[in-house]
Design a protein around this ligand. Structure first.
Ligand code: XBP
Ligand code: MG
Length: 249
């Protein structure tokens, strides 16, 4: 089997974005006369529901909001406010990329391997991160972006990966997915895509059974990662060569 595409999740995988998402949610709530404050412990649990609108709705369920509570109809508006705060933070340079992300993407481009994105976050958030943190060469090389509301059902369903793989025109097992969460792993696996996991600050306690490889991060030649499980033993960073070797086995 030949490796043809790398498909990246965004939140937690390209960058540790969730603290900024959390801040943006908390900043939006008072605009709707809500005194909600999602602290880190609560947010860790709420992250089990992917998608910001879905997360707000599930929190309303927890608080026993009635099905016809007027605020339920305002979830899209609340989420739009949150997205405005979030994209503002990202555009002003508040995020860093995780180790090895741009190096591995550049290696893929040089090797003629496609790069794409499959995420549950909103397209506006993806674009803000790309513009603030990636080179023009990488932005232009990204072939397909599957994001947010492009699918009806977000991760852990395979839908977003299915549309990306379909549009790429490759078989799922010619691709490799990069994820940081159990829901992401379940989504990619259900689409038939081998998955490499780099756990993130909010997902370090997740069950990653079924991952093809788990490493602390993608690593750099001068900043070795830690190998946790799966393929890639003996490598100190994730390279195209390492990924191809695992495919040729
Ligand atoms: C990330 C998410 C996202 C963000 C919020 O999951 O769950 O919902 O927390 O983004 P994954 P939006 O990394 O598995 O894609 O508010 O734009 O939905
Ligand atoms: Mg993620």
């Amino acid at each position: 089997m030949t490796l043809k595409a790398l498909i990246f999740d965004v939140d937690g995988t390209l960058s540790e974005t969730e603290e900024l998402h959390r801040r943006a949610f908390n900043q939006a709530f008072p605009e709707f006369d809500l005194d909600w404050n999602w602290d880190q412990t609560l947010y860790r649990r709420l992250l089990n529901v992917t998608g910001g609108k879905e997360r707000i709705a599930s929190y309303m369920d927890e608080l026993n909001f009635s099905a016809d509570h007027p605020l339920r109809a305002r979830i899209p508006e609340m989420h739009a406010a949150k997205t405005r705060y979030y994209t503002g933070y990202v555009s002003s340079g508040e995020l860093e990329l995780r180790p090895g992300v741009t190096r591995l993407m550049s290696e893929a481009i040089a090797a003629g391997i496609e790069i794409s994105i499959a995420t549950t976050t909103s397209l506006a958030n993806v674009n803000a991160l790309l513009e603030a943190n990636f080179s023009r060469q990488i932005i232009e090389a990204i072939k397909i972006i599957g994001a947010g509301d492009m699918v009806e059902k977000k991760k852990p369903t395979p839908d977003v990966y299915n549309i990306v793989v379909e549009q790429l025109g490759f078989a799922p097992d010619e691709c490799i997915a990069f994820e940081d969460s159990r829901n992401g792993l379940l989504s990619a696996k259900a689409a038939g895509i081998p998955t490499l996991i780099t756990p993130s600050i909010y997902t370090d306690d997740h069950d990653f059974t079924g991952a093809a490889c788990i490493v602390s991060d993608l690593g750099e030649p001068d900043a070795p990662n830690s190998h946790i499980a799966g393929f890639g033993i003996g490598h100190s960073y994730v390279s195209i060569e390492m990924l191809q070797n695992s495919f040729n086995r």
